[in-house]
Design a protein. Structure first.
Length: 385
């Protein structure tokens, strides 16, 4: 699958200001925003000001931290404008500069999450890693807001959604600006439906504020009150409305398709992750983000990989030995009884009963007979020194 980077940097020649547009999911495994490309482009910018515009519901923690650090360490003045939504790791990126939020924009912060497969020690290790990641994110929020760590940690535990005014009050943002345009705010409303823990009051607030962005019309409907509204009439009288309706319909269909595709991809990745087995982390990581492998296919791939590992281990074990030896016990100097005859029960029993050294070595005839059979069948090997 060809990767498409949805970020964009606008910087006209001779202009002291560049604009970085982060619209989408952070992280190259979603084929949207590769942190490596973004960081390299930022380092190449020689401008006095960088404006970062964000509409994102998050993504990879590590990709987001790389972008945050690149912005934080840049010599330019950083202004972050949250056009609609800065959720999860996108809110961390926003902490890199002065934050402006339209009145109808939102920010969401929560705890990092991850998956693991294996025994209790593996789960405990993942929990430790997530705690360390959270501590790092708390440090970023603390530097921006000045809040104590316990307060920030509690907000993250609760998956806190912040309006622009709330974000400014708590220090996550610096300024509330005017309402975002209707197109951007429609994206907020659509995106809120992707989350399970969005407070109902916030969803209602979003709907109310969306109505405030709608252009004033003719509430009473006096101009066309008594007219029969037909498609032909609308096309003749209001061709501009037809264009808008058609564009919005196409956008809504596209958004619905994209959201459904994103949900299906999340479910596929979770199914593949559930097939993880110690020793095959690289393979699982590859299958999780190749965009095609199903959970069933991943399980088959892991089984095949584990079988190959066992075959290689067996081959290595065999390579450490030499051909079976027919005799490892010397001829008894007194009774002159040899131990290299056929490994039949009668022969072995005669050897055992005639040789005290053999009796001392093995203790019982059954143990000696099993040893002789193993030697004859090639199941006993002498390791190389």
């Amino acid at each position: 699958m060809k990767k498409i980077n949805n970020y964009k940097i606008n910087n006209q020649a001779g202009n002291d200001t560049a604009e970085l547009l982060l619209y989408g999911i952070i992280g190259d495994y979603w084929d949207e925003m590769d942190a490596k490309d973004i960081v390299e482009d930022l380092r190449a910018l020689e401008v006095k000001n960088i404006i970062v515009r964000i509409y994102s519901d998050g993504g990879s923690v590590f990709a987001g931290l790389a972008i945050y650090n690149a912005l934080k360490n840049h010599a330019a003045n950083i202004t972050v404008i949250i056009d609609s939504l800065a959720a999860s790791i996108a809110s961390v990126i926003a902490m890199a500069g002065r934050v402006e939020m339209p009145e109808n924009a939102f920010m969401m912060i929560h705890n990092p999450s991850g998956g693991a497969w294996g025994e209790a020690s593996v789960m405990k290790k993942m929990a430790e890693i997530l705690d360390k990641i959270k501590s790092s994110l708390v440090g970023v929020y603390k530097e921006k807001t000045g809040l104590v760590e316990e307060k920030i940690a509690a907000l993250m535990d609760d998956e806190t959604w912040l309006t622009a005014k709330e974000a400014v009050t708590l220090g996550f943002a610096d300024q509330v600006t005017g309402l975002s345009d209707a197109q951007n705010f429609q994206k907020i409303v659509n995106q809120l439906s992707n989350y399970k823990n969005v407070p109902a009051s916030l969803k209602e607030l979003a709907r109310n504020k969306q109505q405030q962005t709608d252009p004033p019309g003719d509430p009473a409907g006096t101009k066309e009150k008594n007219m029969e509204i037909t498609l032909k009439l609308i096309k003749e009288k209001h061709p501009d409305i037809v264009k808008v309706l058609m564009a919005e319909g196409a956008t809504a269909a596209k958004d619905e398709h994209v959201n459904a595709g994103a949900e299906a991809e999340r479910e596929r990745i979770q199914a593949v992750a559930g097939c993880a087995m110690p020793g095959h982390e690289t393979l699982i990581d590859k299958l999780m983000y190749d965009g095609t492998t199903s959970g069933g296919d991943a399980a088959l791939a892991i089984v095949a990989a584990e079988k190959q590992v066992r075959i290689v281990n067996l081959q290595n074990l065999n390579a450490d030995g030499v051909d079976p030896v027919a005799q490892v016990l010397p001829i008894d100097p007194i009774k002159k009884v040899k131990t290299d005859g056929p490994a039949t029960e009668d022969v072995c029993k005669a050897e055992f009963e005639a040789d005290a050294a053999i009796q001392d070595e093995f203790g019982s005839f059954d143990a000696y007979f099993a040893y002789r059979k193993g030697m004859a069948d090639g199941r006993v090997r002498v390791l190389k020194k």
